[in-house]
Design a protein around this ligand. Structure first.
Ligand code: BG6
Length: 486
Protein backbone atom coordinates (compact mmCIF):
# COMPACT_ATOMS: atom_id res chain seq x y z
CA UNK A 1 0.00 0.00 0.00
CA UNK A 2 1.22 3.50 -0.85
CA UNK A 3 2.63 5.38 2.14
CA UNK A 4 2.36 9.15 2.28
CA UNK A 5 2.26 11.56 -0.61
CA UNK A 6 3.91 10.85 -3.97
CA UNK A 7 7.27 12.51 -4.48
CA UNK A 8 6.11 14.96 -7.17
CA UNK A 9 2.85 15.85 -5.47
CA UNK A 10 1.56 19.24 -6.65
CA UNK A 11 1.12 21.32 -3.52
CA UNK A 12 -0.14 24.74 -4.46
CA UNK A 13 -2.87 27.31 -4.63
CA UNK A 14 -5.20 28.99 -7.11
CA UNK A 15 -6.37 32.46 -8.04
CA UNK A 16 -8.58 33.58 -10.89
CA UNK A 17 -7.99 36.52 -13.19
CA UNK A 18 -11.31 38.17 -12.46
CA UNK A 19 -10.92 38.13 -8.68
CA UNK A 20 -7.33 39.29 -8.58
CA UNK A 21 -6.07 41.23 -11.61
CA UNK A 22 -8.10 44.43 -11.40
CA UNK A 23 -7.18 46.99 -14.10
CA UNK A 24 -10.29 45.92 -15.89
CA UNK A 25 -9.75 48.07 -18.96
CA UNK A 26 -5.95 48.10 -19.07
CA UNK A 27 -4.07 47.40 -22.29
CA UNK A 28 -7.20 46.94 -24.35
CA UNK A 29 -9.13 44.52 -22.14
CA UNK A 30 -12.89 44.54 -22.71
CA UNK A 31 -15.62 44.17 -20.08
CA UNK A 32 -16.82 40.87 -18.73
CA UNK A 33 -19.71 39.64 -16.69
CA UNK A 34 -17.49 39.79 -13.60
CA UNK A 35 -16.95 43.53 -14.11
CA UNK A 36 -20.73 43.95 -13.85
CA UNK A 37 -21.01 42.49 -10.33
CA UNK A 38 -22.22 45.29 -8.06
CA UNK A 39 -21.31 45.37 -4.37
CA UNK A 40 -23.68 47.11 -2.00
CA UNK A 41 -22.02 47.67 1.40
CA UNK A 42 -25.41 48.01 3.09
CA UNK A 43 -26.55 44.54 2.10
CA UNK A 44 -25.82 41.35 4.00
CA UNK A 45 -23.85 38.62 2.28
CA UNK A 46 -26.86 36.39 1.59
CA UNK A 47 -28.58 39.14 -0.37
CA UNK A 48 -25.29 40.05 -2.02
CA UNK A 49 -24.89 36.50 -3.20
CA UNK A 50 -28.41 36.36 -4.57
CA UNK A 51 -28.05 39.74 -6.27
CA UNK A 52 -25.01 38.52 -8.16
CA UNK A 53 -26.54 35.31 -9.46
CA UNK A 54 -28.83 36.78 -12.08
CA UNK A 55 -27.52 38.89 -14.94
CA UNK A 56 -30.05 41.06 -16.80
CA UNK A 57 -29.74 43.46 -19.71
CA UNK A 58 -30.87 46.34 -17.48
CA UNK A 59 -28.23 45.40 -14.95
CA UNK A 60 -25.61 45.33 -17.69
CA UNK A 61 -26.62 48.77 -18.98
CA UNK A 62 -26.49 50.24 -15.50
CA UNK A 63 -23.10 48.70 -14.77
CA UNK A 64 -21.64 49.67 -18.13
CA UNK A 65 -22.45 53.30 -17.64
CA UNK A 66 -20.70 53.31 -14.25
CA UNK A 67 -16.99 54.02 -14.39
CA UNK A 68 -16.70 53.32 -10.71
CA UNK A 69 -14.42 50.68 -9.20
CA UNK A 70 -15.48 51.18 -5.57
CA UNK A 71 -18.77 49.33 -5.91
CA UNK A 72 -17.57 46.95 -8.61
CA UNK A 73 -14.82 45.17 -6.70
CA UNK A 74 -13.85 42.71 -9.42
CA UNK A 75 -12.80 45.68 -11.52
CA UNK A 76 -10.03 46.35 -9.04
CA UNK A 77 -9.28 42.85 -7.65
CA UNK A 78 -6.09 42.94 -5.62
CA UNK A 79 -4.09 44.55 -8.43
CA UNK A 80 -2.36 41.29 -9.35
CA UNK A 81 -1.93 42.84 -12.80
CA UNK A 82 0.89 44.85 -11.27
CA UNK A 83 1.82 42.80 -8.20
CA UNK A 84 2.14 39.38 -9.84
CA UNK A 85 5.92 39.27 -9.32
CA UNK A 86 5.79 40.01 -5.63
CA UNK A 87 2.81 37.67 -5.19
CA UNK A 88 4.42 34.78 -7.04
CA UNK A 89 7.58 35.27 -4.99
CA UNK A 90 5.52 34.85 -1.82
CA UNK A 91 3.95 31.65 -3.16
CA UNK A 92 7.39 30.36 -4.02
CA UNK A 93 8.55 31.24 -0.51
CA UNK A 94 5.82 28.92 0.76
CA UNK A 95 7.33 26.24 -1.45
CA UNK A 96 4.51 25.97 -4.00
CA UNK A 97 4.99 23.28 -6.61
CA UNK A 98 2.01 24.45 -8.65
CA UNK A 99 0.19 27.68 -9.29
CA UNK A 100 -3.31 27.57 -10.73
CA UNK A 101 -4.39 30.68 -12.53
CA UNK A 102 -6.87 31.69 -15.24
CA UNK A 103 -6.47 33.66 -18.43
CA UNK A 104 -9.02 36.36 -19.21
CA UNK A 105 -10.52 35.80 -22.65
CA UNK A 106 -11.32 39.54 -22.66
CA UNK A 107 -7.61 40.46 -22.42
CA UNK A 108 -6.55 38.12 -25.19
CA UNK A 109 -9.50 38.77 -27.50
CA UNK A 110 -11.06 42.09 -26.37
CA UNK A 111 -13.12 41.74 -29.53
CA UNK A 112 -14.10 38.09 -29.56
CA UNK A 113 -14.58 38.26 -33.34
CA UNK A 114 -11.09 39.57 -34.08
CA UNK A 115 -8.83 37.39 -36.16
CA UNK A 116 -5.73 38.14 -34.14
CA UNK A 117 -5.20 38.29 -30.39
CA UNK A 118 -4.35 41.41 -28.44
CA UNK A 119 -0.57 41.29 -28.07
CA UNK A 120 -0.63 43.24 -24.81
CA UNK A 121 -2.95 40.68 -23.28
CA UNK A 122 -0.66 37.81 -24.28
CA UNK A 123 2.34 39.81 -23.05
CA UNK A 124 0.87 40.01 -19.56
CA UNK A 125 0.28 36.26 -19.38
CA UNK A 126 3.76 35.67 -20.80
CA UNK A 127 5.15 37.61 -17.88
CA UNK A 128 3.09 35.64 -15.36
CA UNK A 129 3.86 32.21 -16.84
CA UNK A 130 7.55 32.93 -17.36
CA UNK A 131 7.91 34.16 -13.81
CA UNK A 132 6.07 31.13 -12.53
CA UNK A 133 8.37 28.80 -14.46
CA UNK A 134 11.47 30.72 -13.43
CA UNK A 135 10.44 30.11 -9.83
CA UNK A 136 9.95 26.41 -10.53
CA UNK A 137 6.17 26.32 -10.12
CA UNK A 138 4.01 24.26 -12.50
CA UNK A 139 1.31 26.44 -14.07
CA UNK A 140 -2.21 24.99 -14.16
CA UNK A 141 -4.37 27.16 -16.39
CA UNK A 142 -8.12 27.65 -16.52
CA UNK A 143 -9.21 28.91 -19.93
CA UNK A 144 -12.53 30.37 -18.74
CA UNK A 145 -13.12 31.17 -15.08
CA UNK A 146 -16.40 33.06 -14.54
CA UNK A 147 -15.48 36.05 -16.68
CA UNK A 148 -17.43 35.63 -19.89
CA UNK A 149 -16.80 38.59 -22.20
CA UNK A 150 -19.84 40.85 -22.22
CA UNK A 151 -19.83 40.78 -26.01
CA UNK A 152 -20.84 37.10 -25.86
CA UNK A 153 -24.05 38.14 -24.12
CA UNK A 154 -24.69 41.34 -26.04
CA UNK A 155 -24.04 40.08 -29.55
CA UNK A 156 -24.56 36.33 -29.27
CA UNK A 157 -27.03 35.82 -26.40
CA UNK A 158 -24.60 33.55 -24.64
CA UNK A 159 -23.50 29.95 -25.07
CA UNK A 160 -26.90 28.83 -26.36
CA UNK A 161 -25.65 30.23 -29.66
CA UNK A 162 -23.49 27.66 -31.47
CA UNK A 163 -21.20 30.36 -32.89
CA UNK A 164 -19.77 30.84 -29.40
CA UNK A 165 -18.14 27.40 -29.63
CA UNK A 166 -15.93 28.56 -32.49
CA UNK A 167 -15.10 31.87 -30.82
CA UNK A 168 -14.03 30.10 -27.65
CA UNK A 169 -12.07 27.43 -29.52
CA UNK A 170 -10.21 30.15 -31.46
CA UNK A 171 -9.23 31.76 -28.16
CA UNK A 172 -8.29 28.39 -26.61
CA UNK A 173 -6.23 27.40 -29.66
CA UNK A 174 -4.37 30.71 -29.45
CA UNK A 175 -3.29 30.10 -25.87
CA UNK A 176 -2.59 26.39 -26.38
CA UNK A 177 -0.22 27.25 -29.22
CA UNK A 178 1.27 30.31 -27.60
CA UNK A 179 2.09 28.56 -24.32
CA UNK A 180 3.07 25.23 -25.87
CA UNK A 181 5.87 23.66 -23.85
CA UNK A 182 5.35 26.10 -21.01
CA UNK A 183 1.86 25.15 -19.80
CA UNK A 184 0.93 21.48 -19.65
CA UNK A 185 -2.18 21.38 -17.42
CA UNK A 186 -5.31 22.96 -18.93
CA UNK A 187 -8.83 23.34 -17.55
CA UNK A 188 -11.38 24.33 -20.22
CA UNK A 189 -14.10 25.60 -17.84
CA UNK A 190 -14.11 26.43 -14.15
CA UNK A 191 -16.81 24.61 -12.15
CA UNK A 192 -18.87 23.65 -15.19
CA UNK A 193 -21.29 21.85 -12.86
CA UNK A 194 -22.51 25.19 -11.51
CA UNK A 195 -23.46 26.52 -14.95
CA UNK A 196 -27.02 25.23 -14.92
CA UNK A 197 -27.61 26.77 -11.49
CA UNK A 198 -26.47 30.23 -12.65
CA UNK A 199 -26.92 30.18 -16.43
CA UNK A 200 -26.92 33.94 -16.96
CA UNK A 201 -23.75 34.56 -15.03
CA UNK A 202 -21.76 31.53 -16.18
CA UNK A 203 -23.08 30.95 -19.71
CA UNK A 204 -24.53 34.36 -20.60
CA UNK A 205 -27.98 32.84 -21.15
CA UNK A 206 -30.41 35.52 -19.97
CA UNK A 207 -34.03 34.70 -19.16
CA UNK A 208 -35.31 37.64 -21.19
CA UNK A 209 -33.59 36.33 -24.34
CA UNK A 210 -35.23 32.90 -24.54
CA UNK A 211 -38.85 31.83 -24.42
CA UNK A 212 -37.90 28.20 -23.69
CA UNK A 213 -35.34 28.96 -21.06
CA UNK A 214 -34.65 25.47 -19.77
CA UNK A 215 -34.01 24.21 -23.27
CA UNK A 216 -31.65 27.14 -23.90
CA UNK A 217 -29.63 26.41 -20.78
CA UNK A 218 -29.11 22.74 -21.70
CA UNK A 219 -28.30 23.77 -25.27
CA UNK A 220 -25.69 26.18 -23.91
CA UNK A 221 -24.23 23.47 -21.71
CA UNK A 222 -24.09 21.11 -24.68
CA UNK A 223 -22.08 23.73 -26.53
CA UNK A 224 -19.68 23.98 -23.61
CA UNK A 225 -19.29 20.19 -23.61
CA UNK A 226 -18.54 20.27 -27.33
CA UNK A 227 -16.10 23.15 -26.88
CA UNK A 228 -14.41 21.22 -24.10
CA UNK A 229 -14.03 18.15 -26.32
CA UNK A 230 -12.64 20.28 -29.16
CA UNK A 231 -10.12 21.87 -26.81
CA UNK A 232 -9.14 18.42 -25.53
CA UNK A 233 -8.56 17.23 -29.10
CA UNK A 234 -6.57 20.34 -29.98
CA UNK A 235 -4.53 20.25 -26.79
CA UNK A 236 -3.48 16.66 -27.48
CA UNK A 237 -2.65 17.45 -31.11
CA UNK A 238 -0.67 20.57 -30.29
CA UNK A 239 1.37 18.88 -27.59
CA UNK A 240 0.93 15.25 -26.54
CA UNK A 241 2.32 16.29 -23.14
CA UNK A 242 -0.79 18.37 -22.48
CA UNK A 243 -3.23 17.15 -19.85
CA UNK A 244 -6.84 18.25 -19.81
CA UNK A 245 -8.44 18.51 -16.38
CA UNK A 246 -12.20 18.54 -15.78
CA UNK A 247 -13.32 21.05 -13.21
CA UNK A 248 -16.58 20.65 -11.36
CA UNK A 249 -17.54 21.72 -7.91
CA UNK A 250 -17.90 18.52 -5.96
CA UNK A 251 -18.94 17.46 -2.48
CA UNK A 252 -20.75 14.39 -1.21
CA UNK A 253 -24.54 14.56 -1.07
CA UNK A 254 -25.40 12.45 1.95
CA UNK A 255 -28.80 10.91 2.69
CA UNK A 256 -30.27 12.48 5.83
CA UNK A 257 -31.10 9.04 7.23
CA UNK A 258 -31.18 5.38 6.27
CA UNK A 259 -34.76 5.86 5.13
CA UNK A 260 -34.53 4.40 1.60
CA UNK A 261 -36.34 7.48 0.28
CA UNK A 262 -33.51 9.68 1.58
CA UNK A 263 -30.91 7.36 0.07
CA UNK A 264 -32.68 7.38 -3.29
CA UNK A 265 -32.94 11.16 -3.26
CA UNK A 266 -29.28 11.52 -2.47
CA UNK A 267 -28.42 9.31 -5.47
CA UNK A 268 -30.68 11.29 -7.81
CA UNK A 269 -29.32 14.56 -6.57
CA UNK A 270 -25.77 13.34 -7.03
CA UNK A 271 -26.53 12.37 -10.63
CA UNK A 272 -28.10 15.71 -11.42
CA UNK A 273 -25.60 17.96 -9.68
CA UNK A 274 -22.30 16.32 -10.39
CA UNK A 275 -22.14 12.91 -12.04
CA UNK A 276 -23.93 14.21 -15.15
CA UNK A 277 -20.96 16.49 -15.89
CA UNK A 278 -18.33 13.84 -15.18
CA UNK A 279 -20.18 11.25 -17.23
CA UNK A 280 -20.09 13.47 -20.31
CA UNK A 281 -16.56 14.80 -19.83
CA UNK A 282 -14.86 11.64 -18.55
CA UNK A 283 -16.91 8.82 -20.06
CA UNK A 284 -17.72 10.73 -23.21
CA UNK A 285 -21.47 10.26 -23.39
CA UNK A 286 -24.75 11.57 -22.06
CA UNK A 287 -25.77 9.15 -19.30
CA UNK A 288 -29.11 7.28 -19.36
CA UNK A 289 -30.60 9.39 -16.55
CA UNK A 290 -29.88 12.61 -18.48
CA UNK A 291 -31.47 11.27 -21.66
CA UNK A 292 -34.53 10.24 -19.67
CA UNK A 293 -34.71 13.67 -18.05
CA UNK A 294 -34.48 15.36 -21.48
CA UNK A 295 -37.37 13.21 -22.64
CA UNK A 296 -39.49 13.92 -19.55
CA UNK A 297 -38.89 17.65 -19.73
CA UNK A 298 -39.21 17.91 -23.48
CA UNK A 299 -35.63 19.15 -23.86
CA UNK A 300 -34.44 18.84 -27.43
CA UNK A 301 -30.79 19.54 -28.08
CA UNK A 302 -29.64 20.63 -31.49
CA UNK A 303 -26.49 18.74 -32.31
CA UNK A 304 -24.06 18.78 -35.19
CA UNK A 305 -23.54 15.41 -36.85
CA UNK A 306 -20.24 14.63 -35.19
CA UNK A 307 -20.94 16.10 -31.71
CA UNK A 308 -21.49 12.77 -30.00
CA UNK A 309 -18.43 11.11 -31.50
CA UNK A 310 -16.39 14.18 -30.66
CA UNK A 311 -17.48 13.92 -27.02
CA UNK A 312 -16.79 10.23 -27.05
CA UNK A 313 -13.30 10.44 -28.46
CA UNK A 314 -12.03 13.41 -26.48
CA UNK A 315 -12.45 12.77 -22.81
CA UNK A 316 -10.41 14.54 -20.14
CA UNK A 317 -7.20 13.11 -18.72
CA UNK A 318 -7.50 14.14 -15.09
CA UNK A 319 -10.47 14.47 -12.73
CA UNK A 320 -10.37 17.89 -11.11
CA UNK A 321 -12.75 19.38 -8.63
CA UNK A 322 -13.18 22.15 -6.11
CA UNK A 323 -13.96 20.90 -2.63
CA UNK A 324 -15.67 23.19 -0.16
CA UNK A 325 -18.54 21.41 1.53
CA UNK A 326 -20.98 18.55 1.56
CA UNK A 327 -24.78 18.60 1.51
CA UNK A 328 -27.59 16.46 2.83
CA UNK A 329 -30.76 15.32 1.08
CA UNK A 330 -33.93 14.50 2.90
CA UNK A 331 -37.29 13.23 1.66
CA UNK A 332 -38.95 15.24 4.42
CA UNK A 333 -39.59 18.70 2.89
CA UNK A 334 -39.69 20.45 6.27
CA UNK A 335 -36.04 19.56 6.79
CA UNK A 336 -34.94 21.26 3.59
CA UNK A 337 -33.81 24.85 3.34
CA UNK A 338 -31.74 26.85 0.89
CA UNK A 339 -28.64 27.39 2.95
CA UNK A 340 -26.26 30.17 2.05
CA UNK A 341 -23.60 27.75 0.93
CA UNK A 342 -25.87 25.79 -1.39
CA UNK A 343 -27.56 26.42 -4.68
CA UNK A 344 -30.12 23.76 -3.88
CA UNK A 345 -32.43 23.01 -0.99
CA UNK A 346 -30.67 20.81 1.50
CA UNK A 347 -31.00 19.63 5.09
CA UNK A 348 -28.66 20.68 7.88
CA UNK A 349 -26.01 18.17 8.83
CA UNK A 350 -26.12 17.84 12.65
CA UNK A 351 -22.60 16.40 12.71
CA UNK A 352 -20.84 19.27 11.00
CA UNK A 353 -20.02 22.88 11.76
CA UNK A 354 -20.24 25.63 9.17
CA UNK A 355 -18.25 28.76 8.51
CA UNK A 356 -19.88 32.17 8.83
CA UNK A 357 -21.22 31.93 5.29
CA UNK A 358 -23.01 28.66 6.02
CA UNK A 359 -20.56 26.41 4.15
CA UNK A 360 -20.22 23.15 6.06
CA UNK A 361 -16.74 22.04 7.04
CA UNK A 362 -16.30 18.37 6.21
CA UNK A 363 -12.75 17.00 5.98
CA UNK A 364 -13.89 13.36 5.87
CA UNK A 365 -16.03 14.29 2.89
CA UNK A 366 -12.81 14.99 1.02
CA UNK A 367 -11.55 11.43 1.52
CA UNK A 368 -15.00 10.16 0.57
CA UNK A 369 -15.06 12.28 -2.60
CA UNK A 370 -11.63 11.15 -3.72
CA UNK A 371 -12.45 7.48 -3.18
CA UNK A 372 -15.84 7.80 -4.78
CA UNK A 373 -14.70 9.65 -7.91
CA UNK A 374 -11.70 7.39 -8.39
CA UNK A 375 -13.81 4.26 -8.12
CA UNK A 376 -16.32 5.74 -10.60
CA UNK A 377 -13.97 7.12 -13.26
CA UNK A 378 -10.54 5.58 -12.61
CA UNK A 379 -8.41 8.48 -13.73
CA UNK A 380 -5.91 10.51 -11.69
CA UNK A 381 -7.42 13.20 -9.49
CA UNK A 382 -6.45 16.69 -8.48
CA UNK A 383 -8.13 18.95 -5.95
CA UNK A 384 -8.28 22.31 -7.71
CA UNK A 385 -9.70 24.40 -4.87
CA UNK A 386 -10.03 23.82 -1.15
CA UNK A 387 -10.32 26.34 1.65
CA UNK A 388 -12.67 28.37 3.79
CA UNK A 389 -13.45 32.06 4.13
CA UNK A 390 -13.00 33.85 7.47
CA UNK A 391 -13.47 37.43 8.69
CA UNK A 392 -10.04 38.65 9.81
CA UNK A 393 -8.15 41.78 10.82
CA UNK A 394 -4.46 42.42 11.02
CA UNK A 395 -3.26 43.17 14.57
CA UNK A 396 -1.21 46.22 15.62
CA UNK A 397 2.03 44.31 14.96
CA UNK A 398 0.89 43.63 11.41
CA UNK A 399 0.56 39.92 12.11
CA UNK A 400 -2.43 37.67 11.92
CA UNK A 401 -2.85 34.54 14.00
CA UNK A 402 -5.17 32.14 12.21
CA UNK A 403 -5.19 28.83 14.11
CA UNK A 404 -8.68 28.12 12.69
CA UNK A 405 -7.28 28.08 9.13
CA UNK A 406 -4.38 25.85 10.18
CA UNK A 407 -6.83 23.48 11.84
CA UNK A 408 -9.07 23.53 8.78
CA UNK A 409 -6.26 22.59 6.42
CA UNK A 410 -4.70 20.15 8.84
CA UNK A 411 -7.91 18.13 9.02
CA UNK A 412 -8.39 18.24 5.25
CA UNK A 413 -4.83 17.22 4.49
CA UNK A 414 -5.05 14.36 7.01
CA UNK A 415 -8.07 13.01 5.14
CA UNK A 416 -6.39 13.62 1.81
CA UNK A 417 -3.46 11.58 3.03
CA UNK A 418 -5.78 8.76 4.04
CA UNK A 419 -7.24 8.80 0.52
CA UNK A 420 -3.73 8.53 -0.92
CA UNK A 421 -3.11 5.61 1.43
CA UNK A 422 -6.44 4.09 0.34
CA UNK A 423 -4.76 3.79 -3.06
CA UNK A 424 -6.43 6.73 -4.80
CA UNK A 425 -4.21 8.28 -7.47
CA UNK A 426 -4.16 11.94 -6.37
CA UNK A 427 -1.63 14.17 -8.09
CA UNK A 428 -2.12 17.46 -6.28
CA UNK A 429 -3.77 19.64 -3.70
CA UNK A 430 -4.42 23.20 -4.83
CA UNK A 431 -5.79 25.50 -2.15
CA UNK A 432 -8.17 28.42 -2.65
CA UNK A 433 -6.95 31.06 -2.48
CA UNK A 434 -3.45 31.46 -1.06
CA UNK A 435 -3.78 35.24 -1.22
CA UNK A 436 -6.95 37.09 -0.11
CA UNK A 437 -8.98 38.00 -3.20
CA UNK A 438 -12.43 39.41 -3.95
CA UNK A 439 -15.00 36.70 -3.19
CA UNK A 440 -16.69 35.25 -6.26
CA UNK A 441 -20.17 34.89 -4.80
CA UNK A 442 -20.52 38.04 -2.70
CA UNK A 443 -17.87 40.45 -4.00
CA UNK A 444 -16.60 40.84 -0.44
CA UNK A 445 -12.95 41.38 0.33
CA UNK A 446 -13.82 40.54 3.93
CA UNK A 447 -14.32 36.87 3.06
CA UNK A 448 -10.67 35.96 3.35
CA UNK A 449 -9.19 32.62 2.33
CA UNK A 450 -5.50 33.49 2.10
CA UNK A 451 -2.30 32.43 3.81
CA UNK A 452 -1.38 35.96 2.76
CA UNK A 453 -3.37 38.93 3.98
CA UNK A 454 -4.09 41.79 1.58
CA UNK A 455 -4.61 45.17 3.22
CA UNK A 456 -7.74 46.19 1.39
CA UNK A 457 -11.34 46.42 2.59
CA UNK A 458 -14.65 45.79 0.83
CA UNK A 459 -14.63 49.23 -0.77
CA UNK A 460 -11.02 49.12 -1.89
CA UNK A 461 -9.56 51.22 0.96
CA UNK A 462 -6.11 50.17 2.17
CA UNK A 463 -2.51 49.98 1.09
CA UNK A 464 -2.92 46.62 -0.74
CA UNK A 465 0.26 45.54 1.02
CA UNK A 466 0.66 41.80 1.57
CA UNK A 467 1.32 40.23 5.02
CA UNK A 468 2.12 36.64 5.94
CA UNK A 469 -0.42 35.04 8.29
CA UNK A 470 0.63 32.25 10.71
CA UNK A 471 -0.83 29.71 8.29
CA UNK A 472 1.71 30.88 5.69
CA UNK A 473 4.54 29.35 7.74
CA UNK A 474 2.45 26.31 8.59
CA UNK A 475 1.65 25.47 4.93
CA UNK A 476 5.28 26.14 4.05
CA UNK A 477 6.29 23.44 6.51
CA UNK A 478 3.64 21.05 5.20
CA UNK A 479 5.04 21.40 1.70
CA UNK A 480 8.63 21.15 2.91
CA UNK A 481 7.87 17.81 4.57
CA UNK A 482 5.67 16.67 1.64
CA UNK A 483 2.65 16.46 3.93
CA UNK A 484 4.39 14.39 6.60
CA UNK A 485 4.35 17.03 9.35
CA UNK A 486 1.04 18.78 9.81
C1 BG6 B 1 -15.42 28.59 -6.45
C2 BG6 B 1 -14.81 29.45 -7.51
O1 BG6 B 1 -16.77 28.54 -6.73
O2 BG6 B 1 -15.42 29.02 -5.15
C3 BG6 B 1 -13.87 30.53 -7.00
O3 BG6 B 1 -14.19 28.69 -8.50
C4 BG6 B 1 -14.43 31.10 -5.72
O4 BG6 B 1 -13.71 31.47 -8.01
C5 BG6 B 1 -14.52 30.00 -4.68
O5 BG6 B 1 -13.73 32.19 -5.23
C6 BG6 B 1 -15.01 30.45 -3.32
O6 BG6 B 1 -16.20 31.17 -3.43
P1 BG6 B 1 -16.33 32.61 -2.79
O7 BG6 B 1 -17.64 33.12 -3.22
O8 BG6 B 1 -16.25 32.40 -1.33
O9 BG6 B 1 -15.19 33.42 -3.33
Amino acid sequence: MAKGFPEKFLWGGALSANQSEGNYLADGKSMTVADMAYFDPNTDFKKLMMSQLEVTRDGIEKAKSATDVTYYPKRRGIDFYHTYKEDLALLKEMGFKAFRYSFAWSRIFPDVKAENPNQKGLDFYDRVIDECLRLGMEPVITILHADLPLQIIEEYKGWANREVVDLYVKYAKTVLEHFKGRVKYWIPFNEISVDLAVPSRKMGVLKEDYSDYMNATYQALHHEFVASAKVTQLAHEIDPQNKIITMTSYGPIYPYSCNPDDVMLSLLSQQKNSLFFYDVLLRGRYPHYALKMFEDKGIQLKMAEDDLSLLNQNTADVIGFSYYNSTVMSSEPSQLEKTAGNFMNAAKNPYLKSNEWGWTIDPVGLRYSLNYLYQMYQKPLIILESGSGFYEVLDENETLHDPYRIEYFKQHILELKKAVEDGVDVIGYITWSPIDVVAASTGQMAKRYGFIYVDQDDLGNGTKKRFRKDSFYWYQHVILTNGEEL
